[in-house]
Design a protein around this ligand. Structure first.
Ligand SMILES: O=C(O)CCC(=O)C(=O)O
Length: 272
């Protein structure tokens, strides 16, 4: 008698229900420790070789005004010029989770490498849909911890249930603690929860979820993360800044570029 091995689903019914209730889901150990070490070493080496297009490199902390974020800014969209980064954006495990959470095929729009060394500022609470302007429905984030994260080293915090919120018009953030200028305060009654992750754990969250991070207050713990954004294939439009948009095989897909306007009239630039 032959038996067919059943593959475990990428997302269980319980996980899907939790995602639909809270707007986010943590998948433990999505990547192995070895893979994560490889990714960390890969980007640290890229930085050490000054091999990042469009990046400003400083020769000393003093030259960078003693700002750790100036020494190690985010790498934006590395998948556009770096093959391994494209592979991590289109990773099959992430794609399977995204497909299950969206209930349809995802398309890939953005990759980012965050270094967040000790002392680096955080990113004020915000909603990704403010920047990506995915319509209709929502974008979704894949946030892979490359180091263990908690509030001490500026780990991400999420407001459960805010995925049902409209996109809010932001206030001005406190630039002493945030590198980004927009702030969406967690709504009344919503207590942000820290996503305490081990290296290799992945957080997936809906683009309307209010989320952000405080500065890395630790003395010596980096908080590196690999962050990608996707949208449902059935979307009608999204902000131009995120083009070209790729299917999960890496082929370019055509969409309409959303114009400025939106609820606040200011979210056209996509500096996210
Ligand atoms: O990782 C962080 O500290 C902030 C990242 C974030 O909120 C985002 O990319 O939308």
């Amino acid at each position: 008698m032959s038996s067919v091995a059943m593959e475990a689903p990428a997302v269980t019914q319980e996980e899907l229900a939790a995602y639909n209730r809270d707007g986010f889901l943590i998948k433990k150990s999505l990547f192995s420790r070895e893979e994560v070490k490889f990714i960390v070493d890969y980007f640290m080496d890229m930085h050490a070789r000054k091999a990042i297009p469009g990046y400003t490199f400083y020769n000393s902390p003093e030259e960078a005004g003693n700002d750790p974020l100036k020494l190690y800014p985010r790498i934006m969209h590395p998948h556009r010029w770096d093959k391994p980064s494209l592979g991590w954006l289109l990773d099959k495990r992430a794609a399977d989770v995204l497909r299950a959470l969206l209930g349809e095929e995802p398309v890939a729009t953005q990759s980012m490498m965050y270094f967040k060394p000790p002392g680096a500022k955080g990113q004020a609470f915000h909603q990704d849909n403010f920047y990506l302007k995915v319509r209709p429905k929502s974008c979704i984030a894949f946030w892979l911890a490359l180091d263990a994260t908690d509030p001490d080293n500026g780990g991400l915090q999420v407001c459960p249930g805010t995925h049902t919120m409209d996109v809010a018009c932001p206030e001005r953030a406190n630039l002493e603690i945030s590198f980004s200028t927009e702030l969406v305060r967690p709504p009344a009654g919503c207590n942000p929860v820290p996503a305490n992750l081990a290296a290799g754990d992945a957080l997936f969250f809906n683009g309307s979820v209010v989320h952000g991070s405080t500065p890395n207050m630790s003395k010596d713990r980096w908080r590196r993360s690999w962050i990608c954004h996707y949208a449902p294939e059935s979307m009608r439009e999204m902000a131009h800044w995120y083009f070209p948009i790729l299917d999960m095989q890496g082929n370019e897909v055509q969409y309409h570029g959303a114009e400025g306007g939106g609820p606040c009239g200011t979210e056209a630039k996509g500096a996210h």
